[in-house]
Design a protein around this ligand. Structure first.
Ligand code: CA
Ligand code: CA
Length: 255
């Protein structure tokens, strides 16, 4: 009787704790949402999302990339994110914030914004930036001194940050190949149809189907972009190489 009583009390305490933790997390999201919903329309736009990610030191996406990702994060949100969908950016945040530790050069070395812009464009043209003008988005977000100079350390930091941007965008490209109906989700049927086109081995076919199911964490039969990003690291080596091989074959077949 005594033990039972203890368990009851304990489970009540646990649920109170869990609730208050959930309230805290919800509060933090609410705070972020109101802070970055600068036009106060109750939605986070591509530009607002770019600012949120950059100012919170999470990472950088171009407005064009954000515009591609948002309909996948909030399907039915008409190109902007509603509050109850904001948490879906978590896997994006996780990928963007993965960075190597840098050994920074001296703090006095600076570079002009124009050179900064050119260097970034040279290193990431075609892969992230479509034009030199697009690099201005990131220049606008960075602090400059009164002479328009930027610290060289900042350049290294941004370059490092953009590697994660690139990784995220590559994953978006892969997801888009699988999202054949352009509904913003991947289904087992669509992947199987693509595997037929790519003439995959029947053994790989089965393994890939099983692997695909691993992504569907909420079990609704479709894989959302956030589920895809969240679970890409959970594939074992064998599954990962099947996907890699398959995606390569597909890009040759489809494009
Ligand atoms: Ca807004
Ligand atoms: Ca799902």
């Amino acid at each position: 009787m005594c033990v039972l009583r203890f368990i009851e009390v304990n489970s009540t305490l646990n649920s109170i704790e869990t609730n208050s933790k959930a309230d805290d997390v919800n509060g933090e999201w609410q705070e972020k949402f109101s802070k970055y919903d600068t036009d106060k329309n109750g939605l986070i736009s591509a530009t607002e999302l770019q600012k949120l990610l950059f100012n919170e030191s999470i990472g950088f996406v171009t407005i064009k990339q954000a515009t591609n990702y948002i309909p996948l994060l909030d399907r039915g949100g008409k190109g902007q994110i509603r509050f109850d969908h904001l948490k879906k950016i978590e896997p994006i945040m996780a990928i963007l914030s993965q960075r190597k530790t840098l050994s920074l050069v001296d703090d006095k070395k600076t570079i002009s914004s124009t050179d900064f812009q050119k260097l970034l464009y040279e290193n990431f043209k075609q892969t992230i930036f479509e034009s030199l003008e697009e690099v201005e988005e990131i220049i606008d977000l960075i602090n400059k001194d009164e002479n328009g100079q930027i610290k060289y350390n900042k350049f290294m930091e941004i370059e490092n940050m953009l590697k994660a941007t690139l990784q995220l965008d590559n994953l978006f490209e892969v997801f888009s190949i699988f999202d054949t109906d352009k509904l913003g989700v991947v289904t087992v049927d669509a992947v199987q149809a693509l595997m037929e086109i790519a003439n995959s081995e029947s053994d790989d076919f089965e393994k890939a189907t099983e692997a695909i199911k691993k992504f569907d964490k909420n079990g609704d039969g479709v894989i959302e972009f956030s589920e895809f990003l969240q679970n890409i690291d959970n594939l074992n080596e064998d599954e990962f190489s099947i996907f890699e091989e398959f995606t390569k074959k597909l890009s040759v077949t489809l494009f």
